[in-house]
Ligand binder design. Structure first.
Ligand code: COA
Ligand code: AMP
Length: 628
């Protein structure tokens, strides 16, 4: 099969195409209605199919004789731990933890929030929810209590599952005080918190609400998988939008399972029994899809790595893990390789390890800059595959189908649209643009399986954010173009979302924090290019009249506020006082022009500007900021 045949089949006969792919999974009731509109007019996949994602990912493999195969390699340089969990062990542990959740009253459709570091118990908790038909919402450990509170309030979980701590290199981050504070801040109060105690920190338990993981499981019985509809939600994953309130991306069970299983082979060329490593975090979409669900649905062994690319203990960490577990394909964010390159520019650490099993390196999460692409390719002498995707889609929108028909790569391009994604470049008025013309990257409906059918509890926000800009299209929020060969080049967000070290963040959310400071009259946060992290936020603030505060003190306070309200992961380290912000005559801050100045790009002074001098006077200030 060529890429062209595979892709055309998916676009011309999507129902036939995806039904064939669905056959690879063990359904309770195989679907006959493949693509239907729901009550909101949204396309839904496999509507009459019945299944359970946990069954497909675990029990079905045990039944098929894979019980002894390793499901998870847990590798934690920060605690000095290496563990192998077989499919049988993982299935048994998940069944008992599902029993524990059930004892706490969790049933189908209930939400369970998971706030955990990169430990196997996080995966156990996710799969246990799936087993019960409960909806999990995993929150990344780097977020502050306030962010956690926002998610608790929106998802309204019956139970929260957490751990006593995470470990950042050698720093122990206690989770329980953050969780307690988040629950205090939230109007919704979960009935129960189940806490996994790690030896690095002991969590203080609140008697009537908190329950120790060990105690919860010791009193529980294993339970079976509960049948759910393919369209029932599997999880909610919050992601940054353009406003202060994160969006709860909803993932269904059936479409997700099919897309995960399909992509694991088609994009990553992985076969049952092989070892895959996504060096991400279960708190991000890459972690959901390619640490947990896709590898397990495909009968692979997945690596769960609790460490960093550098400093745990050195720049050879990635190569050591690849060698230890005979990783066939590694998936990480470009920023991770930039961090390795910074510490080990010649890549000498790689030569200390046997990397013969490693065939391909995949990258996503942010733009793969050509120097990083070249460095990794030359160092390893293996294909480096850039692919583009979003939390909303759950898998690669554009990719190189390594398991179908690998194409030559072009530096800076995520190659070609993945099957099912009819990617078009549109002008501001929605006209399809030709080769090499830059515009909005949009996807013609219907979206393929796994893509979000709604924003949790807010169908209008879903329609307004993604479907209302161009009739008949999903708008991605990214800008880019296709070249004469149809290769897609993603050039960056067209909205106020930024990408810092592969982490998606909202400048609007940071602005809300800065604006809340009593000395600040107005502010703007923009993303400036950074050699290591891709982008870094810069805050520009205008003081209220007659405010008397030292800039250095204000700057510290603002940095601390963002850290307290959003989290360390925002990497907000630069706040500057300016006299005024450039605006249009209607009062809109000209963020795009500010960004262009900060990045040393050419910019055109917009004709709508109120006072051109307000922009030019910031040139000196912004050009002086640089991130190494
Ligand atoms: N829990 C608590 N804090 C966390 C955290 C977590 N899970 N993850 C990050 N943080 C903290 C860091 O400790 C750091 O704190 P500090 O400001 O006190 O030093 C801060 O958040 C910023 O983290 P980060 O942006 O990751 O910077 P870093 O200097 O610690 O590490 C890299 C830089 C490049 C090594 C790291 O960002 C990395 O590995 N990136 C890959 C990202 C990735 O896999 N993304 C997934 C998308 S595919
Ligand atoms: P997230 O939802 O966190 O996965 O972030 C999605 C965003 O990351 C996209 O909208 C892009 O802006 C960016 N992104 C992800 N992968 C790539 C890529 N391969 N090239 C360029 N940008 C990317």
């Amino acid at each position: 099969m060529t890429y062209e045949q595979e892709y055309q089949a998916s676009i011309e006969q999507p129902e036939k195409f995806w039904l064939t792919k669905a056959e690879q999974l063990d359904w309770f009731q195989f679907p006959t209605q493949v693509l239907e509109k729901d009550e909101n007019g949204i396309d839904r996949w496999f509507v009459d199919g019945e299944m359970n994602t946990c069954h497909m990912a675990l029990d079905a493999h045990v039944k098929a004789g894979r019980g002894d195969q390793v499901a998870i390699y847990y590798d934690s340089p920060v605690t000095g731990t290496q563990e192998s969990w077989s499919y049988q062990t993982l299935t048994d542990t998940v069944a008992v933890f599902a029993g524990a959740l059930q004892q706490q009253g969790v049933t189908k459709g209930d939400r369970v929030l998971i706030y955990m570091p990169m430990i196997p118990q996080a995966v156990v908790a996710m799969l246990a929810c799936a087993r019960l038909g409960a909806v999990h919402s995993v929150v990344f450990g780097g977020f502050a209590a306030n962010e956690l509170a926002v998610r608790i309030e929106d998802a309204e979980p019956k139970v929260v599952v957490s751990a006593s701590c995470g470990i950042e290199i050698s720093r122990v981050i206690e989770y329980k005080p953050l969780l307690d504070k988040a629950i205090e801040l939230s109007a919704h109060k979960p009935e129960r918190c189940i806490v996994y105690q790690r030896e690095q920190a002991q969590a203080d338990m609140q008697g009537d609400r908190d329950l120790d993981w060990e105690q919860a499981t010791s009193e529980a019985q294993a339970v079976d998988c509960i049948a759910v509809k393919a369209t029932d939600p599997l999880y909610i994953l919050y992601t940054s939008g353009t406003t202060g309130k994160p969006k709860g991306v909803v993932r269904d069970n059936g479409g997700h399972a099919v897309a995960m299983r399909y992509s694991m082979k088609a994009i990553y060329d992985m076969n049952p029994g092989e070892v895959f490593w996504a060096a991400s975090d279960v708190g991000w979409v890459v972690g959901h899809s390619y640490i947990v669900y896709a590898p397990l649905l495909s009968g692979l062994s997945t690596v769960l790595y609790e460490g960093k690319p550098v400093k745990t203990p050195d720049a050879g960490a990635f190569w050591r893990v690849c060698a230890d577990y005979k990783v066939k394909a590694l998936f990480a964010a470009p920023t991770a390789f930039r961090a390795i390159k910074k510490e080990d520019p010649e890549g000498t650490a790689a030569s200390n390890y046997d990397l013969s099993a490693l065939e391909t390196v995949f990258m996503a999460g942010e733009r793969l800059d050509p120097p990083t692409y070249d460095w990794v390719r030359q160092l390893l002498g293996r294909p480096v595959i850039d692919h583009w995707w979003q939390t909303e889609t759950g898998w690669g929108i554009c990719s190189n189908l390594m398991g179908v028909d690998p194409k030559p790569c072009k530096a800076g391009s995520a190659t070609l649209p993945s099957p099912g994604f009819d990617v078009q470049i549109l002008s501001d008025d929605g006209t399809e643009l030709g080769p090499n013309e830059q515009g909005h990257v949009a996807i013609k409906l219907p979206l393929p399986p796994a893509c979000l059918p709604t924003v949790w509890g807010d169908i209008e926000r879903f329609k307004e954010s993604y479907l209302s800009t161009f009739d008949g299209y999903y708008v991605s929020g990214d800008g880019g173009y296709k070249d004469e060969d149809g290769y897609v080049f993603i050039m960056g967000r067209t909205d106020d979302v930024i990408n810092v070290a592969g982490h998606r963040l909202s400048t609007g959310e940071m602005e809300e924090v800065l604006a809340a400071h009593p000395a600040v009259a107005e502010c703007a946060v923009i993303g400036a290019n950074c050699e290591l992290k891709g982008q870094q936020p810069i805050g520009l603030v205008v003081l209220k009249d007659n405010v008397d505060i030292e800039e250095v003190n204000l700057s510290h306070e603002l940095i601390q506020s963002v850290r307290d309200q959003i989290g360390a992961v925002a990497s907000f380290r630069t706040a500057m006082v300016v006299k005024r912000l450039p605006k249009t005559r209607s009062g809109k801050i000209l963020r795009k022009a500010l960004r262009q100045i900060a990045n040393g790009e050419e910019y055109v002074i917009p004709s709508t500007i109120d006072d051109p001098a307000s922009l030019t006077e910031l040139e000196g200030v912004l050009k002086a900021v640089s991130f190494a």
